[in-house]
Design a protein around this ligand. Structure first.
Ligand code: ZN
Length: 303
């Protein structure tokens, strides 16, 4: 007897080539990967900003081929001889192989729409972008380069882990070290633009990421000190909906702007035009009257 369903045109199931679609973490939809890539890894349906690697961030922010990395070979020691399930050096090696980076931060010289800047970026893929002594040292060196070369500094943070527990107090010391360096940059009348991306938490949020002359964030990013669950355990009260998002923090005066990724480069370029860093005075320490007054007017404009 003919099977009753034989008249239905069952054919071979058509297969979608793997990797053509990706699931959006924002709206849960399957979205066409090529469209996401074309929008600099932003969901075309809901504007969810996917996380970027440090290399992608450099490609999307700086002029093509302009990035020249500094201190590329700096790696962490193991000052506390820390071991959990693995030794800290083994864990570093694993993350180096997985991410293709030596450490979570990259710093260097670059150009943004032709303007020379000092650029730093934190990659979440390397030990959750946590700030160990190498990240702190690299960020500090980037700040010092900005002071010495009188160039604007742009740092893109995305370090969810905050401090790096495997380095204990050495990690915590990086908060004051980077903050002190930024105070020197401020004394030198430099310019620092901080860009916070998802997620910027812990020691990074509590130090250099929050100390920009201008602080920008990408939409929907998680920004804060400790995670919502830890906060709830500490304060035992209902926290406002979305209290650690870019939009909430903008509304409460913590950020200057929330900028879509596609607008980030032109926005940074405009800010660099509006807030130029003065060229070095001819005789150091003896700025002439005109430079002193222009520095003053820039400061009053910015603060
Ligand atoms: Zn989406």
């Amino acid at each position: 007897m003919r099977k009753p369903w034989a008249k239905f045109p069952f054919g071979r199931k058509k297969e979608i080539p793997a990797g053509l679609y990706i699931k959006c973490e924002g709206c849960g939809e399957m979205v066409f990967k090529k469209q996401v890539e074309e929008k600099l890894r932003v969901c075309p349906a809901c504007n969810y900003h996917f996380r970027l690697s440090a290399r992608q961030r450099i490609d999307f922010t700086l002029d093509q081929g302009s990035f020249q990395e500094c201190d590329a070979d700096m790696t962490s020691g193991n000052p506390l001889e820390f071991t959990d399930l693995k030794t800290y050096p083994d864990r570093l090696k694993e993350h180096q192989e997985r991410s293709g980076l030596k450490e979570a931060a990259l710093i260097g010289h670059g150009r943004l729409e032709g303007k020379p800047i000092i650029f730093g970026v934190i990659d979440f893929a390397f030990l959750a972008g946590s700030m160990g002594s190498v990240v702190g040292e690299k960020i500090t060196r980037a700040i010092e380069m900005a002071i010495e070369e009188r160039k604007p500094l742009v740092i893109v943070s995305g370090g969810g882990g905050g401090a790096r527990m495997m380095e204990g107090v050495f990690s915590l010391a990086q908060m004051s070290k980077t903050s002190a360096a930024l105070a020197r940059l401020d004394d030198a009348d430099g310019l620092y633009i901080s860009v916070m991306t998802d997620p910027t938490m812990g020691g990074i949020a509590a130090s250099f990421a929050s100390l920009g002359d201008v602080i920008i964030a990408e939409p929907g990013a998680l920004l804060g000190f400790s995670g919502p669950r830890t906060m709830w355990h500490a304060v035992k009260m209902k926290l406002p909906e979305g209290f650690q998002t870019s939009e909430f923090l903008l509304e409460h005066g913590f950020l200057d702007m929330v900028v879509n990724r596609s607008d980030l480069k032109p926005t940074l370029s405009r800010l660099l035009d509006y807030l130029p860093v003065n060229a070095a005075p001819e005789s150091p320490g003896q700025p002439d009257q005109a430079q002193a007054s222009s520095a003053q007017s820039k400061n009053s404009h910015r603060k």
